[in-house]
Design a binder for this molecule. Structure first.
Ligand code: PLP
Length: 411
């Protein structure tokens, strides 16, 4: 489409040799470069298709042409519709101009209460929360120590700040300790880690991290996108699971996964930090306020989680069922205790064909390959939901076993 526009512009603007003709040549060259890259991706077997869902998300869904718990909960949907009707579609503004409604303040208060922290601040996404925190908090006098496998948004957020940067080996406490020793010369030290790493389903050794932080006078930051709402006895997250809620200083998380699944993110922690973020954090200051329907849905999801720990408890039991049955069947499941269960296969094509065959058997799983995971570490990532029944889980294990045998992943 854009190329046709350029051709028309070239015709209007003069013949060969004119600047417009040159831009048509550049556009054709770009197209060739892109097509060759796309061909390489197809050839390597790592092409990713988007599967179009023609129903709500849930344990059972309908695919076009061919979930997750709270996002389809009737009370969550009703709360979202009510907020839409009462507070409108959106604020057309950032928070400090005319973008703050009572529901934003209520949700921030609820988030802080849920995590047992002093205060909270909302963002349009957790990507934004991660983009906003490091630059606002840390100066060239300070240091940040980051797990090498942290989520891309933490890496980008750290890139934006001027602190001294240390990258420690994935969950390697010896390496973290060495880097903390080196970082003693700086004013503040902040250890930053995902609470749970989504690609491998592994959980950060937060107890050990907090012990080291205490020893070397450092702060601890965790990204809880893959923990909030379901890890720990009451779904508070990794810090609750590992008994260190009072030792982690700052939590960033998303409203776009377990907390209703719509969108939005937040930081929760000490009040002066949240006050500073409201003054200095760029994605907060320069991006629109969360729409009321999204706020309503997240607020109800949090309310349901605070009312009962049934969801967190059933997630843990179902995760254990799937992981143990798959391991007994002969598969290698990466990580431990996390409802994200990566079935490790190694080869990208094998992951792609097995995922396709699982879909043919009515089970929605996705093959992950490079560049989402390292080369040679392709896998099918299974996500257990609290609304899956034991029968769903058993059927999934049986299908994996059949498909694995068919494609030689199992003897
Ligand atoms: N942090 C982690 C660990 C994530 O997995 C994600 C999203 O997948 C994000 C941050 C970004 O969250 P959001 O979708 O709210 O921007």
């Amino acid at each position: 489409m854009w190329q046709r526009e350029l051709v028309r512009a070239a015709v209007r603007g003069g013949g060969a040799g004119s600047p417009r003709a040159a831009s048509v040549a550049a556009a054709s060259q770009l197209r060739r470069v892109l097509e060759s890259q796309l061909e390489d991706i197809r050839g390597s077997g790592t092409w990713k298709n988007e599967r179009v869902i023609a129903s709500r998300q849930g344990p059972h869904l309908r695919l076009a042409a061919g979930g997750d718990g709270l996002s389809s909960h009737p009370e969550v949907i009703r709360a979202s519709v009510e907020a839409l009707e009462k507070f409108g579609a959106g604020l057309s503004s950032v928070r400090f101009i005319c973008g703050t409604q009572s529901i934003h303040k209520d949700l921030e208060e609820k988030i802080a209460r849920f995590h047992q922290r002093e205060d909270a601040i909302l963002y349009a996404s957790c990507f934004d929360a991660n983009a906003g925190i490091f630059e606002a908090l840390l100066t060239p006098e300070d240091a940040v120590l980051s797990d090498e496998l942290n989520h891309a948004s933490i890496i980008d957020g750290i890139r934006l700040c001027k602190a001294n940067k240390y990258r420690y080996k994935h969950m390697d406490m010896e390496d973290l300790e060495a880097k903390l020793q080196d970082a003693q010369k700086h004013r503040l030290r902040l250890v930053a880690t995902d609470g749970a790493f989504s690609m491998d389903g592994d959980i950060a050794p937060l107890r050990e991290i907090c012990q080291l932080a205490q020893k070397y006078d450092a702060l601890v930051f965790i990204d809880e996108c893959h923990a909030t709402g379901f890890l720990g006895p009451n779904g508070r997250g990794t810090d609750e699971l590992l008994g260190v809620m009072d030792k982690v200083t700052i939590i960033n998380s998303t409203l776009g996964k377990a907390l209703g699944g719509a969108a939005g993110g937040y930081t929760t922690g000490p009040k002066p930090l949240i006050d500073l973020l409201r003054q200095r954090s760029r994605p907060y200051l320069f991006s629109n306020s969360l729409p009321p329907a999204v706020v309503g849905c997240a607020s109800k999801a949090l309310h349901l989680l605070m009312e009962s720990n049934a969801i967190a408890q059933s997630m843990a039991a179902k995760t254990q069922r799937f992981r143990s049955k798959m391991t007994a069947a002969g598969f290698t499941i990466s990580g431990k205790d996390h409802p994200i269960c990566p079935v490790m296969l190694g080869d990208a094509r094998l992951a792609a064909v097995m995922a396709e065959d699982m879909l043919n058997r009515g089970i929605y799983v996705i093959g992950f390959s490079y560049p989402v995971v390292p080369k040679g570490k392709a896998r099918i990532r299974v996500q257990i939901s609290a609304v899956h029944s034991d029968e769903d889980i058993d059927r999934c294990v049986e299908a994996f076993t059949e498909v694995g045998r068919k494609h030689g992943a199992l003897p």
